[in-house]
Design a binder for this molecule. Structure first.
Ligand SMILES: Cc1cc2nc3c(=O)[nH]c(=O)nc-3n(C[C@H](O)[C@H](O)[C@H](O)COP(=O)(O)OP(=O)(O)OC[C@H]3O[C@@H](n4cnc5c(N)ncnc54)[C@H](O)[C@@H]3O)c2cc1C
Length: 444
């Protein structure tokens, strides 16, 4: 069913025909492709997945990858290991035409591929939401990718070394001040994990004390973790405050030019922050309008309860990119647990369109939420039950482990967790080793 036609043009190299094009190798794309493989095992249909990375990033483990509790490599699943019958093109879809059923992709090597397809599953995810805040783009980093997590871990350890060698008190304070803007799941978990890394690491620095750090969490709403049971949100706030984190609710970042943080609550004096992390939410990948797809005000693509894009019966959208009707009313929240269930339903419906199996509706109801807050601390909500402390921490970990595909990956993560409980944390900072040292020139 596949034709590969080399095209004699300097930019356009290949025209390829596939039964199904999957865009994005995250929770929606990778789990969707895996379900398609399963359903179409005896059918011979061809599936192409286009993803900028050759792995699925298991984002619920990103905060632990940042704190070094698990190896960053263990927070990803290689797509070639997870998918056996899907062709993988590492690159990006740069153009998409839902009516002509064609797409253009640029591979990592820069080659341009023209793809024709019968059905498509779109799951390009989301990007951090930003606002025109003076200094934000130049001084803040996001917390979304594996590179962000690795950078932040190295940053905490680097700032310790900077502070340990610094004689000037103001510069030392600046180095050890970390500001997180956005008290949702990503911000709270990342801050809690990095704080726990810093408290472990500081023991190796005789000239520094845990109290030398200043951790600030800024949240525009009146509560942390919107969507979580208020009792659990309050518990989280108490745990953070008890650990010395300054939590400023109902407060916005006004500016952060040259790393000087100015908050909307003017009772807090502007302060210098060596590291500013922007975790104030995500918005759908901004692709809908340029791809000629319908879009909501937020920029997500509206789909029906079969995950079909409005007006395009053979195009399906899932995950953070899609506005999916929630069976309990409103829209399904942008979480991994929803993206992967939506992907399975969309895959079933694509297979049904190819004559395999029956079509399905998306009826998944949120089972629960868990937030880990560093070693032995967490909150969890399962149905109407709420849990806090070590039990909730363990439940969160177990749930993430259950979601993770493949026994080999699960074992690696469990082994990292066990090691981190038995032995002190590794505090080596390898960030400066990212670029190879140039060779010395030959002697004159
Ligand atoms: C730090 C953090 C922690 C989180 N923790 C949890 C948690 O504990 N539990 C939970 O349920 N959810 C969690 N989430 C949310 C969860 O990660 C997302 O809801 C989920 O990843 C959405 O899946 P997706 O497929 O829509 O997007 P993603 O998983 O982000 O995948 C999208 C993929 O598409 C790729 N892509 C983008 N544009 C293109 C293009 N043009 N061509 C090809 N590929 C493209 C992207 O590079 C990416 O690989 C967390 C998110 C973050 C950032």
């Amino acid at each position: 069913m596949r034709s590969v036609v080399p095209v004699h043009s300097p930019s356009l190299r290949w025209v390829t025909w596939y039964d199904i094009l999957v865009v994005g190798g995250g929770f929606g794309g990778a789990f969707g492709a895996r379900e398609l493989e399963r359903r179409l095992a005896d059918h011979g249909d061809r599936i192409l997945l286009v993803s900028p990375d050759n792995f699925l990033l298991f984002s619920p483990l990103l905060p632990e990858a940042a704190s070094g509790t698990i190896e960053p490599r263990h927070a990803v699943i290689p797509l070639r290991e997870m998918l056996r019958r899907t062709d993988l093109l590492v690159g990006e879809v740069t153009a998409f035409d839902a009516v002509a059923r064609t797409a253009t992709a640029r591979s990592v090597g820069g080659e341009i591929h023209h793809i024709e397809f019968r059905s498509a599953l779109l799951s390009p995810g989301s990007i951090p939401t930003t606002f025109p805040i003076p200094g934000l783009l130049d001084n803040a980093v996001g917390f979304k990718t594996l590179a962000d997590a690795i950078w932040l871990r190295n940053r905490v350890l680097h700032q310790l070394d900077v502070a340990a060698a610094e004689k000037d008190r103001d510069d030392r304070e600046r180095a050890l001040t970390f500001t997180f803007v956005g008290g949702g799941y990503a911000g709270v978990e990342a801050l809690a994990e990095l704080d726990s890394l810093a408290r472990d690491a500081v023991r190796r620095y005789p000239s520094l004390r845990p109290g030398d750090f200043r951790w600030v969490l800024v949240e525009a709403q009146d509560s942390l973790l919107p969507g979580l049971h208020p009792r659990l949100a309050k518990f989280t706030e108490r745990v953070l405050r008890r650990n010395g984190v300054e939590v400023h609710l109902g407060t916005r970042l006004e500016s952060c030019e040259n790393g000087t943080v100015v908050l909307s609550d003017h009772t807090i004096a502007p302060y210098a922050s060596g590291t500013i992390v922007w975790t104030a939410g995500q918005r759908p990948a901004p692709l809908a309008s340029s791809w000629g797809l319908p879009s909501t005000e937020r920029g997500s693509v509206p789909v029906d309860d079969h995950l079909r894009v409005d007006g395009h019966p053979d195009i399906y959208a899932v995950g953070d990119f899609a506005a999916v009707p929630d069976p309990e009313g409103g829209l399904a929240p942008p979480t991994a647990q929803h993206a992967l269930r939506q992907a399975r339903v969309a895959a079933a419906n694509i297979a049904a369109g190819l004559g395999v199996g029956a079509s399905e509706r998306f009826t998944y109801r949120t089972r629960g939420l868990a937030v880990t807050l560093g070693k032995w601390q967490g909150t969890a909500e399962v149905g109407r039950l709420t849990f806090t402390g070590p039990l909730a921490w363990w439940m969160g970990r177990s749930y993430h482990l259950l979601m993770m595909p493949g026994i080999a990956r699960k074992s690696r993560v469990v082994s990292d967790w066990t090691m981190s409980l038995l032995f002190p944390r590794d505090v080596s900072q390898l960030g400066s080793l990212g670029t190879p040292k140039p060779l010395a020139p030959p002697p004159e």
